[in-house]
Design a protein around this ligand. Sequence first.
Ligand code: PEP
Ligand code: MG
Length: 580
Amino acid sequence: MNKGKNMIKFNGIGASNGISNAKAYILKDNMPKIIRKIIKEPQTEIAKFENAQKIAAEQIINLKKKAIEKLGTEKAIVFDAHLGILMDPEMISQVNNKIKLEKINASFAISEVANIFKQMFLSMDSDYMKERVADVTDVTTRLIKIIEGIEIKDLSLINEEVIIIAHDLTPSETSQLNIKFIKGFITEIGGKTSHSAIMARTLEIPAIVGVGSVVFDILENQMILMDGNSGEIIINPNTQIIKDFKEKTENLKKTRKIELTFKNKNSISKDGWHTEISSNIGSPNDIESVNNNGSDGIGLFRTEFLYMDAEDWPTEEEQFQAYKKVLESVKGRVVIRTLDIGGDKTLNYFKFPYEMNPFLGYRAIRLQLDKTDIFDIQIRALLRASAFGKLAVNIPMISIIEEFKMVKERFKKNEKKLKSEGYKIGKYELGIMVEVPSTVELADKFAKYADFFSVGTNDLIQYTFAADRMSKSVSYLYQPFSPATLRKLKRIIDASHKEGKWTAICGEVASEPMLTPVLVGMGLDEFSMSSTSILQIRKIVSEINKSEAEKLVDLVLNVETQEEVKKLIQLFLDKNNILL
Ligand code: PEP
Ligand code: MG
């Protein structure tokens, strides 16, 4: 039990590197269950409601001002919608009537009216009205919290150095964090490949996930030391521990200095074999880190973050500008992935169908081939941007050949239409993410149609081992070293090479230093990862003889367990004096 002053250690899954020491900021869902209460004086409850409206209006106007400064006028529009709901005469009169006629408390009346409005919006034909449900929830929750005297936590307002402790952070919450003040986050659930973890690596914020409920033993404002690499968390660290961690930080800095000498070098093995080491990005704002880390190009632009940060489907022009900016600012090839929404990634303005297993459901290309109007807008933006750099387009979650044929058809149609409108279309490649086992099985067939493969190992491993990538309980089945995973990778790479095509890995496996010798041995054409890992992997590649690594591949594919694979790799590293 945490009494407040004692030093306590525990562990989670290290999800984003870096060491931080700051006080805890607890982010708990503090909304209580709203109970129906019969009241004697409706007038008092109506006054509470009116007062809450005034306070909420001030808060929303304040948020709008801040959003304009930080994100621009366009993104701040959502707060106008919130004000509209807050002042809506129909909503106000329904709440007042309920309080008066049913003699109930204001909070319960608001939650009832909110439900009526949400149901009404959901049943409408217009997508725009359906999208207002999230706004109704936001505004009415704010009103209830004001009435009940519950604090409303706004992450973007944090202005002192803290480590956030939460059940989970949604990807959009993660993308809002101000990296000047947020020194790290620690979450109860999640795995190394959950999207908040991936975002943390992009933002270069240390993160530890999947800690379990013990995370809420941490008290508000307690000093926390976290190591996002090892997953260690220390509450109230003593001076010796702080000293040890400082030393660790110094050593990391030294290693980094050596790695920096690889910034302007080619990605090439000791015996002269070339590969590409590229970056994964989520927005044009990540380009600075791409160039600072001497990346060979962009191996994965996850375009869903453009959609998740928006208040409505991004327009063709907005997308075109974002893709053009990335293509113009990077020397090498840029692989842009079409919208991969669904699973753990949702949108404020689109209601996904309820599904038991969203990771196996209406996701990525499955959604876009269903909503072709949305898909066409993205295709047009991509094709227009193709004139501004070396573009490759990547389609997520392809499971059957027919899907990819339909995609190719749509690209052709849009290309023809754009040309007839006078647009110049550049040369571009069209490939697929290989992340579903059926696609691995038919890799030889897919290789005839796709210009390239990009292996999404985060999903491929979850589907291969039937283990949800978000679940802590089955995280032992995230088995990147297993011969089952490695045999799949070898088959994919070989199938592409047979057709003269190339293969990249853009899942987290690409940045696992211990796997670098195996991937070099397999002849992987492109490693794509968070920019901060590039120089480390380039250095390791430079220390490996590909011909030796090929022999290692033969060995690792023929053992039974991932532990045996790790032992074989360690022997290889020792023999070749490679220190990770
Ligand atoms: C993957 O699945 O490995 C991948 C790169 O895609 P995402 O993590 O975005 O699903
Ligand atoms: Mg994936």
